[in-house]
Design a protein around this ligand. Structure first.
Ligand code: GUN
Length: 287
C-alpha cells in the first residue's frame, strides 16, 4: 500500500484565496488587516520564516510590518515595541518570532501582547480560552492541521488520536482541538515509555518533536492518517520531517510530505487569524 499524500501547499492556496476575499470585503469598509512580525536576532531559520510570513501577507492583500531588532536588544526595549504595536490601530495581529535570545523571558514577552492581537494564540488567556472550549485565536499549526483533516474528511469523533510532542506551540493546543472534535487523545512526551505502543493505536498520528525519523513505519497502524510537523535540515541540505517518510508511506493511509505538508498551512492560518482579528474589530466598531 502507498499512502495518499496530503497536499498542504494546494490546500494553503485555497485558504489564502478565501483570505483574499475577506480582505477585499474589509477594504470596502476602509479596513486593511495588518500584521506586525517582530524578529529579534539573526537566527537563519527565523529569518526565512519571517520573510515568508510577510510575503504571504503582501500577496493576500494584508498590510505587513516587519520589525527587526538586534540580538542584544534588551527585554525592556522589546516590551516597549510590543506596547507600541498594541496601541497601533493599523495593526490587528502581532507575532513575536520564537525562539527569543536566551537573555529574554519569552513568557513575559508573549503575555505583554494584547490578547485580541495575539494571532499566534500563545497568550495564556488564549490558551485558557482554547482549553475551556471557547477559542479566540487557535495556534496556527494545530489550526492548519485541523483544516487538513477536515479537507481529507477524516472522521474524528471517537477516533484514537495520538500526538507526539507536548509543546505549547503545537502538541498541547493540538490535543485541545482534537479533543473538542470528539477524538480520544493521547499526548506523548520525551519521557513516554514504549512510544511505538502508543503510536500504533493511532487512527490519527501527529508528530511534532523536531527529532528526524522518531516515528518509523513499524510504529504506524495500517491505514492511519499521519501528520508530520517536523522540519529538519539534514547534513546534505535536504529537509525531512520527524516521520521516516519512506517506511511510513507503505503503512499509512494518508501522510503529509515535508516540505509541502503542514508548513504552508501554518502561514495560511496566520493570515486567517489576522483577518479574524480585523473582522472582530470591524464588528465591534459597528455595535
Ligand atoms: N517559531 C516557530 N514556530 C513559530 C510560530 O508559530 N510562531 C512564532 N511566533 N514563532 C515560531
Amino acid at each position: 500500500m502507498t499512502a495518499r499524500l496530503i497536499d498542504g501547499k494546494a490546500l494553503s492556496d485555497t485558504v489564502k484565496t478565501e483570505v483574499s476575499k475577506r480582505v477585499l470585503a474589509l477594504k470596502k469598509q476602509g479596513i486593511t488587516p495588518g500584521l506586525a512580525v517582530v524578529l529579534v536576532g539573526d537566527d537563519p531559520a527565523s529569518q526565512v520564516y519571517v520573510r515568508n510570513k510577510a510575503a504571504a501577507c503582501d500577496k493576500a492583500g494584508l498590510h505587513s510590518r516587519v520589525i527587526r531588532l538586534a540580538a542584544d536588544t534588551t527585554e525592556g526595549e522589546l516590551l516597549d515595541v510590543v506596547q507600541e504595536l498594541n496601541a497601533d490601530r493599523s495593526i490587528h495581529g502581532i507575532l513575536v518570532q520564537l525562539p527569543l535570545p536566551a537573555h529574554m523571558n519569552a513568557s513575559l514577552v508573549i503575555e505583554a501582547i494584547a490578547a485580541d492581537k495575539d494571532v499566534d494564540g500563545f497568550h495564556v488567556s488564549n490558551a485558557g480560552l482554547l482549553m475551556t472550549g471557547q477559542p479566540l485565536f487557535r495556534p496556527c499549526t494545530p489550526y492548519g492541521i485541523m483544516k487538513m483533516l477536515e479537507a481529507e474528511n477524516v472522521a474524528l469523533r471517537g477516533a484514537e488520536a495520538v500526538i507526539v510532542g507536548a509543546s505549547n506551540i503545537v502538541g498541547k493546543p493540538m490535543a485541545m482541538l482534537l479533543l473538542a472534535a470528539g477524538a480520544t487523545v493521547t499526548l506523548c512526551n520525551s519521557k513516554t515509555r514504549d512510544l511505538g505502543a502508543q503510536t500504533r493505536r493511532a487512527d490519527v498520528l501527529v508528530v511534532a518533536t523536531g527529532k528526524p525519523g522518531i516515528v518509523t513505519g513499524d510504529m504506524i497502524k495500517p491505514g492511519a492518517v499521519v501528520i508530520d510537523v517536523g522540519i529538519n535540515r539534514c547534513a546534505d541540505g535536504r529537509l525531512v520531517g520527524d516521520v521516516e517518510f519512506d517506511s511510513a508511506k507503505t503503512v499509512a493511509g494518508a501522510i503529509t510530505p515535508v516540505p509541502g505538508g503542514v508548513g504552508p498551512m501554518t502561514i495560511a492560518m496566520l493570515l486567517v487569524n489576522t483577518v479574524e482579528a480585523a473582522e472582530r474589530r470591524a464588528a465591534a466598531i459597528h455595535i
